[in-house]
Design a protein around this ligand. Structure first.
Ligand SMILES: [Fe+2]
Length: 189
């Protein structure tokens, strides 16, 4: 699918990172790296899932700074931390009102937490061995809510901001996304 790049406004065209939020997330990432040194690789996702909620309540990612650029789809992502052993990447996503992803799954495990605002999450099941999906659930996540997402074809979903306010979320994925942050996604439409 081709998405025309459309700068929404000058305010949104640059990437400015809030120093406090970045510092907290980098510190959390370093702590997480040390924690994962202590557990089996198969336990990594539950370790991350159990620890993210407290960070969501403390990391100040907004406050006038803009953690990510947004294109015509009205959301953007910014790399916050790459585990030195490349076991995971932490990203911040900024969602303008009306932002919406395509229906997708992930190439690795993921843990997604809402930092601020409200995000609508729709879940889908894959139909047979085709690329067709059917919606199975819809929830609205608010600040502090954390979801664990299994690799595709598990955990097929779409996320949207259906409010009039911006939303921010923290995403931790079990792979190196430092070169291609969108490389986590497998699309189904
Ligand atoms: Fe996703």
């Amino acid at each position: 699918m081709n998405i025309a790049v459309d700068v929404v406004s000058e305010e949104l065209s640059c990437s400015q990172i809030d120093a406090i939020g970045v510092g907290e997330l980098v510190s959390y990432g370093q702590t997480l790296s040390a924690m994962l040194d202590m557990v089996e690789a198969s336990d990594a996702v539950t370790t991350v899932g159990a620890s993210l909620a407290s960070v969501l309540h403390s990391a100040s990612l907004t406050g006038g700074a803009k953690p990510a650029c947004c294109d015509v789809s009205r959301y953007g992502r910014e790399l916050m931390y790459l585990d030195p052993a490349k076991r995971f990447t932490i990203l911040v996503l900024r969602w303008l009102p009306g932002a919406a992803t395509r229906i997708h799954g992930h190439n690795a495990w993921g843990v997604v937490g809402v930092h601020s605002g409200n995000l609508t999450i729709r879940c889908y099941d894959l139909l047979d061995d085709t690329s067709l999906v059917s919606q199975t659930m819809q929830v609205v996540g608010s600040a502090g809510d954390v979801s664990i997402v299994g690799p595709a074809p598990k955990g097929i979903h779409a996320i949207s901001n259906e409010t009039d306010s911006e939303a921010y979320s923290v995403h931790i994925y079990g792979m190196d996304l430092s070169v291609e942050p969108e490389g986590i996604n497998v699309y189904y439409e």
